[in-house]
Design a protein around this ligand. Sequence first.
Ligand code: ADP
Ligand code: MG
Ligand code: ZN
Length: 647
Amino acid sequence: MPVKTNGGPPLKTPKPRQFGGGLLILITLLLLLNFVIPSFGPRPPQIPYSDFIAQVQAGKVDQALVGNNQIEFTLKPDPNAPATESQRPRIYTTTPVAVDLDLPKILRENGVEFGAPPPNNNGWISTLLGWVVPPLIFFGIWGWLLNRQGGGPQALTVGKSKARIYSEGITGVKFSDVAGVDEAKVELQEIVDFLKNANKYTRLGAKIPKGVLLIGPPGTGKTLLAKAIAGEAGVPFFSISGSEFIELFVGVGASRVRDLFEQAKQQAPCIVFIDELDALGKSRAQGSMFGGNDEREQTLNQLLTEMDGFDANTGVIIIAATNRPEILDPALRRPGRFDRQVLVDRPDKIGREAILKVHARNVKLAEDVDLGMIAIRTPGFAGADLANLVNEAALLAARNNRQAVTMADFNEAIERVVAGLEKKSRVLNEQEKKRVAYHEVGHAIVGALMPGAGKVEKISIVPRGVGALGYTLQLPEEDRFLMAEDEIRGRIATLLGGRSAEELIFNNIVSTGASDDIQKATDLAERMVTLYGMSDYLGPVAFEKPQAQFLEGYSSPRRAVSPKVTEEIDNEVKETVERAHHIALAILDKNRDLLEETAQELLGKEVLEGEALRERLNRAVAPPEMDTWLMTGNLPEDTALMQTTLA
Ligand code: ADP
Ligand code: MG
Ligand code: ZN
């Protein structure tokens, strides 16, 4: 781990820390005094209100001071009392039951001298305490909190995080320390190049991207990659985490962003790394459900302003990381901001072996250790899990007093790490893996035949967290703004391709894995019918109000329609999905050999991509009814629906 070095510009001398602490102690003392002072001296005894009234009516009360919460009264001297008795206190207090409006009358009738107590008689000290102490406490706590959060000596210097140093200096991490993410490295090499010889680019007027967004699941090496870029280029590395920006006090986050960029610009060329960008850049539309988070918005706005405000050629490059790209504010991805996105995915088998090699460099391995074998046994492991695995194995070997780490140690370590991971994410067993493979190939084959959806780029059964067990990546050939009817139909069929493959191969025993697909397919079908007016039967009538269209799984209120129309809508949606389902099944049935073959290969390699994948998918053939369906949305008259297990 790199040591934090003071690489920053000269900074203001921070205020001494004891000030905050001393103040707190003083405040506490004053506060105690405030409660203690009035209780000095003997307190008059308290008696029940009813007794007080009885005493008044018996004519024994001399004077009464009637306060809001308390009545203090003096008894007349008792002439019959013995000498000792007269020593007894003659002043008592009582608490009125409620505001007793009859009390003045009773008192007057019994000749009691009465009045209200004088306003607070503690004098200047209580005034001082009352007015001065609460603000002091407030500021004291504020300062203390800031102090604690900032980790720096800055009590009571609210918002001024000047003392904070974001620079970690030269990281010393190299690209060779990061393995299994070769594609990302190729893309990032350009950034390194620019940082190293800025002149070469600026001379030609080339603009380098200002912001790079690293997208990928936790532990895949995003932070490590960012450090490696800085290390390769030999430039300082500034880092801060998105969640750190979210402070209790409005304005602090924004001022931190300002400071960070100020410091960075002075040390350009350099890298500014923002981890957990999603904590900061959550879509404003989403966050505003409960009035939004002003602080986050301010911070985000400040970040956008800073990014827009400087020239990329100043040599400050901002790298951010997130594992939830889908919730990011779209403004962050605009040109001139994080317009370059690099996927840092979980490694495949070969990648895992490479990562194991990196981490085994510092470990003494026994002859029998086969890193390739370990890679095979660790599907779904991210880089951090593999690093953990090597360390765990080394610990086991040490515990057993071995000279070197053996394969047996690794095997035991795998079991331990898997057990830990099973709680966190998912590691698939063989049967599940097989199902996911067929499911994904199902998507791919159907997708390959559909119009306008773009090429199927990649199929993977490397699990990606709890949600997706595998995935099929389809890249559009161009930016799309409109989707034609047949393309939406194609999309629905593609979504159902996964589930359909499972039905075919596993004899109709389907799994829960396709629920997200089915959700999306149904949503699309519903939109076709209710929003885009694409149902022949219901006509071009919008039943739905287009509100939250930018969200995939939106749900907007339907226009008021009759129950009959509602039923028709439901029917249309169901039929739309069912026809697409039939087509998906028909395609896979016709290409069953291809499905089998591709799925088996995927099971072996975990990832299929590029030309090899395309060549396979090009062999897919369409069933006869597909064209009619694409054009009209209907199946030819004589078609018998293959299966309609969908609810
Ligand atoms: P992320 O930022 O994506 O959550 P990190 O970069 O913090 O992941 O990774 C944590 C640790 O896991 C790293 O310090 C490194 O030891 C190990 N690691 C993760 N990915 C890789 C990788 N691709 N190659 C080598 N080591 C890795
Ligand atoms: Mg990280
Ligand atoms: Zn699916």
